[in-house]
Design a protein around this ligand. Structure first.
Ligand code: ATP
Ligand code: MG
Length: 189
């Protein structure tokens, strides 16, 4: 089984590129952001707790997303691997993923990192806010907090996956198709 981590700042295009990746490599797409938004939409207790954190641009607790990921690993069948989009986002989550996979005799295949500058994060999210109506996209202060959270808590994963020899960085600036081709090229290697 393949286990790809799709990494990058908010608005880097992870969700956009994930579709083509899962189709080409027969992967199951797991987006923790989408899973959390469906909990919110379904009005669950977990969703209610997550909503306040997400709407302020903060991360939800590690155990919450780790539990969601493990539940998917246990339930999804008939795929050639998984594409983890938005997970891990902290060093603790990366360690938890490593442990979860090693209990299955598996490991991360590669970390595909989509890189865009902070100014473009703000521009893309402002555009998406008009199209998708996500509460966490609506206010620029919240977007700034998400960027800050990314730099503080998530960026250390770059060194983590580099040290493991698994880090593949892709320039996320360009058209959807240009970026997709760069990703496929990195995945073929
Ligand atoms: P992109 O636009 O590239 O898809 P994003 O950061 O805008 O990325 P999501 O990945 O959908 O959006 O995440 C939305 C929110 O859900 C995050 O800001 C955070 O509050 C919460 N979240 C998602 N994944 C995690 C995680 N692994 N750990 C903690 N919180 C998470
Ligand atoms: Mg997303």
């Amino acid at each position: 089984m393949k286990y790809y981590v799709l990494f990058g700042p908010p608005g880097a295009g992870k969700g956009t590129q994930a579709g083509a990746m899962v189709e080409r490599y027969k992967l199951c797409h797991i987006s923790t952001g989408e899973l959390l938004r469906s909990e919110i939409a379904a009005g669950t207790e977990l969703g209610a707790k997550a909503k306040a954190l997400i709407d302020a641009g903060n991360l939800v607790p590690d155990e919450v997303v780790e539990g969601m990921i493990e539940a998917k690993f246990n339930s999804v069948k008939n795929v050639e691997g998984f594409l983890l989009d938005g997970f891990p986002r902290t060093l603790a989550q990366a360690d938890a993923l490593k442990d979860m996979l090693s209990r299955r005799g598996e490991s991360v295949t590669a970390c595909i990192s989509l890189m865009i500058p902070d100014a473009l994060v703000h521009e893309r999210i402002a555009n998406r806010a008009k199209l998708e109506g996500r509460a966490d996209d609506a206010r620029d202060e919240v977007v700034s907090n998400r960027v800050k959270t990314y730099h503080e808590k998530t960026e250390p994963l770059i060194a983590y996956y580099k040290a493991a020899g698994l880090y593949r960085e892709i320039d996320g600036v360009g058209t959807i198709e240009e970026v997709r081709n760069r990703i496929f090229e990195a995945m073929e290697k």
